[in-house]
Design a protein around this ligand. Sequence first.
Ligand SMILES: Nc1ncnc2c1ncn2[C@@H]1O[C@H](COP(=O)(O)OP(=O)(O)O)[C@@H](O)[C@H]1O
Ligand SMILES: [Mg+2]
Length: 155
Amino acid sequence: MTHSRHLTLTDLAATSALGHRLAALLDAGDVVCLAGDLGAGKTTLARQVIADLCGIDDAPSPTYTIVQVYETAAAIPLWHVDLYRIEDPADVEQLGLDDAFDDAITLIEWPERLANNLPADRLEISIAITGAGVDTVREARITGFGSWESRVDEF
Ligand SMILES: Nc1ncnc2c1ncn2[C@@H]1O[C@H](COP(=O)(O)OP(=O)(O)O)[C@@H](O)[C@H]1O
Ligand SMILES: [Mg+2]
C-alpha cells in the first residue's frame, strides 16, 4: 500500500511553500524523486530545499553536470541529480548514487531513468502541468514508498 497526497500549485509561491515543508522533513538517507515534464517546476522545488538546508540561493540546474553536491548546515551531503541526459542505464552506475542513497539527502529529477534501480524507500513528487497561458495549472501528487508511506502524512 502506498499513500498519496494531492496539491494544486497555483503559483511559484505554492511550489516554494512545498519546498519549505519538504526541507523541514528531510534527513540523511532520504531520497526524493521529482517527476514531471520540462518546466513542471522540479528544479524550482529542489532549489528551495537547497536554499533552506544549505543556505545557497539560486542553485544551478544540474542538467549538464548531472550531479551537484552540496552540504546542509547539519553537515549532511545533499545531492541534486538530473538524469534527463542519461540514455543508457549503465551510465547511472558510475554516478555513485547508491552511496548517496544511504548517506546523503538525494533529490532526483527524471527518476524514470533509474527504472528498477530506484530505492524501495522514497518520496515521489510528480508535477503535472495542465492548461496553457493564464490557465496553466500545476498539480502535484506526493507519494510515499516504503518507509515514506507514513511520512507522507507529515506534509
Ligand atoms: N507554480 C509554479 N511552480 C514552479 N514553477 C513555476 C510555477 N509557475 C511558473 N513556473 C515557472 O516554470 C518554470 C519551471 O522551471 P524548472 O523548475 O526549471 O522546471 P523543471 O526542472 O521541472 O524542468 C520556471 O521558469 C518557473 O518560474
Ligand atoms: Mg529541472
